[in-house]
Ligand binder design. Structure first.
Ligand SMILES: Cc1cc2nc3c(=O)[nH]c(=O)nc-3n(C[C@H](O)[C@H](O)[C@H](O)COP(=O)(O)O)c2cc1C
Length: 333
């Protein structure tokens, strides 16, 4: 028997498969099914900062001065949908999930500014959540806003939340930073116990007939694994935070790659939404089979074995690989 256990945010998990934030956590029965299927923890769908502050929209003025500070701002946000918009209902869901399942429940807050809404971190803690995932999502459109300033607001937010709760905190990041290792380290220094790589951006399309922007959610496929895989391999051993991989985990091989790159956990959303919760036991069985066949005894033993921890100069290594890849393309004119 191979040992699939792992630790993430100080939580001892029976295996690395976590259900990522998605509508799968909106119903207690679905989370019970995830638990029965063998999922080791569940991240809840996010409670959004905008849901909490409603009309007042007390976002940091430097982030939102200009057109986005107008009252119409709130009208950009959907008032109905899969996710419940009432913050108190979210807290109730945390409590219900905690009563209904034994696996860790990781609540999720999605926001960018420090402000009154942070008190919800405390409410989430009081409701019994096992950890908090912070989804830092802000798309800078103001040319005056520098990356340093935006990054500082993220770091301040993590520091402020760290001060107000004892729960382990994970930060879910976007891949769009100029210097990922630097922001990763600063977030860890500010109190993040884990980093979740990466937030997936939903790129809207344009409808040419109706001259409209069309919201467009496409589920991922395994090709998207490569971006978080590379960065987890680079960050492993270089930041004092657990790493979780999200985006593009669909197969047993994807999970194994995530672990070998250095992830403590592999998170799934698209695969479970598309092919059902039954994929969890199938993936676990395949993992065990693969590990036995390759004589691995534990996830811990595999973890980080393909990371760049032992590479002295990962940047030079990456450039060399880039050249190798370009040269590997055979063009026959
Ligand atoms: C329908 C849907 C809803 C999602 N809702 C959230 C959310 O509320 N909060 C969040 O942090 N991520 C959310 N995500 C992102 C997922 O947690 C995950 O990070 C992303 O889909 C990439 O993983 P995947 O390739 O396994 O789908 C959502 C994804 C989908 C498809």
């Amino acid at each position: 028997m191979v040992d699939l256990t792992t630790t993430y945010l100080g939580l001892k998990l029976k295996n690395p498969l976590i259900a990522s934030a998605s509508p799968l956590s909106t119903k207690v029965e679905t989370v019970q099914k995830l638990e029965q299927a063998g999922t080791s923890a569940v991240v809840m769908y996010s409670l959004f900062e905008e849901q909490i502050i409603h009309e007042s929209l007390e976002l940091d003025h430097y982030l939102f001065y200009g057109s986005e500070a107008s009252p119409e701002f709130s009208s950009f946000y959907p008032q109905t949908g899969t996710y419940t918009l009432a913050p108190d209902a979210y807290i109730e869901t945390v409590k219900k999930l905690k009563q209904a399942v034994h696996i860790p429940v990781i609540a999720s807050l999605n926001g960018v500014s420090t402000g009154g809404w942070i008190k919800y971190a405390r409410k989430i803690e009081e409701a019994g959540a096992d950890a908090l995932e912070l989804n830092l999502y802000y798309l800078p459109t103001d040319p005056e806003l520098t990356s340093l300033k935006l990054e500082e607001s993220y770091v301040t937010l993590v520091r402020d939340i760290r001060k107000s709760i004892k729960l382990p905190i994970a930060v879910k990041l976007s891949p769009f930073f100029t210097a990922i290792p630097n922001i990763a380290r600063r977030l860890a220094d500010a109190g993040a116990d884990g980093l979740v790589l990466f937030n997936r951006f939903y790129q809207p399309d344009l409808d040419l007939e109706n001259l409209e922007v069309v919201p467009n959610i496409e589920l991922s496929d395994s090709r998207e694994l490569r971006l978080p895989l590379r960065w987890i391999a680079i960050l492993y051993g270089r930041v004092k935070a657990d790493l979780a991989l999200t985006s593009g985990v669909h197969t047993c091989e994807d999970v194994l790659k995530a672990i070998m790159a250095g992830a403590s956990t592999a998170m799934l959303a698209s695969e479970l939404l598309q092919n059902g919760i039954g994929r969890v036991p199938a993936l676990l069985a395949e993992m065990e089979k693969w590990m036995e066949a390759h004589e691995y005894t534990s996830v811990q033993q595999m973890k980080g074995s393909l990371s760049q921890r032992t590479v002295n100069d990962p940047a030079a290594f990456e450039r060399a690989n880039y050249m190798k890849v370009l040269n590997s393309f055979k063009y026959l004119p």
